[in-house]
Design a protein around this ligand. Structure first.
Ligand SMILES: *Cc1c(COP(=O)(O)O)cnc(C)c1O
Length: 386
């Protein structure tokens, strides 16, 4: 082949440095810092997505995920994509056009669920309460009675508000009303008490970059028997090819049929993340997150900083701190980042400008993080009056 006649445009051939990234403490709503063991696992050599070594690893991931979620669901897999991909997978697979879904909206991610459900043709109804509060069992019962939905969607850990939705009794109610219970557990898996089967949750999804400390790009999903039964009865095809679990089932199940190329190294990372969870044990892990969060809350109180969520419903993995009157939200966050390499986040939606969001997730949940964060915050606030 002759190559001398090609005319190459050199405009975009820019000179760049080899990648180097400043280290940060990721104390916001996610991503959290990746555990070094996970990064190490991710740099392991590649194999093919049908290699017997990889197939064995897929089985291990599924089993470790069942442990982390406390479920016996056979269909428990990681979706290729971030938490939102697993959220979309749950809705795309369970909703058939015209299905009624009731979504609890008490924060940003409830709204996202509504948006996605509408795109798949559901008749969407909303239960609403102020951001930072949670739904009572009675409010949920009234919603089920009024709308008789096929699916109830709730966010267990609302990362936008710092509130933890209690699940006591909801699973039983959903069975009574012949409704599937779907839970967003993105910011609870691996950090906050979560017992999928005991709570009778039919569908749940999560993410890798919150309490699991894995980089973003892979997202757990599980479907229980009642959810699988609805999926099998579908009259229409799942309206999303990439996330169609009826096809992915054949790759993650016994047949191992190619659907799309699994992101091999993301799976290495998730496996290591779940190994770390299993090594520590769920109960120890939940207790650690709770104890460390309590010391953060005590320290904030000593600085006269209030938490936005009532103590009873406060998430240990994500705290919303009320920005004091006269303090410049952005100036504080910028100073934390520039001077201390600490990332926290501002509020979303109706909490924008009102709260800071502080996440101590996975191995970031330790006393050294609390000490560092509180001292840096003290300095940043002192210098950031409006
Ligand atoms: C982060 C998050 C998501 C979305 O996950 P992505 O990985 O950003 O796509 C969904 N729900 C909740 C509660 C979250 O915190």
């Amino acid at each position: 082949m002759e190559i001398e006649h090609y005319v190459i445009n050199e405009t975009h051939r820019i000179q760049t440095q080899q990648l180097d990234v400043y280290p940060r403490f990721l104390f916001g709503p996610g991503p959290s810092n990746a555990h070094p063991r996970i990064l190490q696992a991710m740099s392991m050599r590649m194999v093919g997505h049908l290699d017997p070594q990889f197939l064995a690893l897929m089985d291990e991931i599924q089993e470790l995920l069942r442990y982390a979620w406390q479920t016996d669901n056979r269909f428990t897999i990681p979706v290729s994509g971030t938490g939102s991909a697993a959220m979309e997978a749950s809705l795309a697979n369970l909703i058939e056009p015209g299905d009624k879904i009731l979504v609890g909206v008490n924060g940003y991610f409830g709204n996202r669920m509504v948006d996605m459900a509408e795109r798949y043709g559901a008749e969407v109804h909303q239960l609403r309460c102020p951001w930072g509060e949670v739904f009572s069992l009675e409010e949920i019962r009234q919603g089920l009675e009024k709308y008789r939905p096929a699916i109830l969607g709730l966010v267990h850990a609302e990362t936008s508000t710092g509130a933890c939705q209690p699940f006591d009794g909801i699973g039983d109610l959903c069975r009574q009303y012949d409704c599937l219970l779907l839970a967003d557990t993105v910011t609870s898996l691996g950090g906050v008490p979560l017992l999928l089967d005991a709570w009778k949750i039919d569908v749940a999804y999560s993410g890798s970059q919150k309490c699991l400390n894995c980089p973003p790009g892979i997202a757990p999903l599980t479907l229980g028997d009642r959810a699988l039964a609805k999926l099998k009865k579908r009259k229409s095809k799942v309206a999303n090819w990439y996330l169609d679990m009826t096809m992915l089932m054949n790759y993650w199940g016994e047949n191992r049929t190619y659907h799309h190329t699994a992101p091999i190294n993301m799976n290495y990372g998730l496996r290591e993340a779940l190994r770390i969870v299993a090594e520590e044990g769920l109960e120890a892990r939940w207790k650690r997150h709770q104890t460390i969060a309590q010391s953060l809350w005590d320290g904030l109180a000593e600085m006269d900083l209030a938490c936005h969520v009532a103590r009873e419903y406060r998430l240990p993995s994500l705290t919303t701190v009320v920005i004091p009157e006269g303090v410049d939200d952005k100036a504080v966050r910028q100073r934390l980042l520039k001077e201390f390499n600490i990332e926290i986040a501002g509020g979303l939606g109706e909490l924008s400008g009102k709260v800071w969001r502080v996440g101590l997730m996975g191995f970031n949940s330790r006393s050294a993080s609390v000490a560092l964060l509180l001292s840096a915050l003290k300095i940043a606030i002192a210098g950031a009056g409006k």
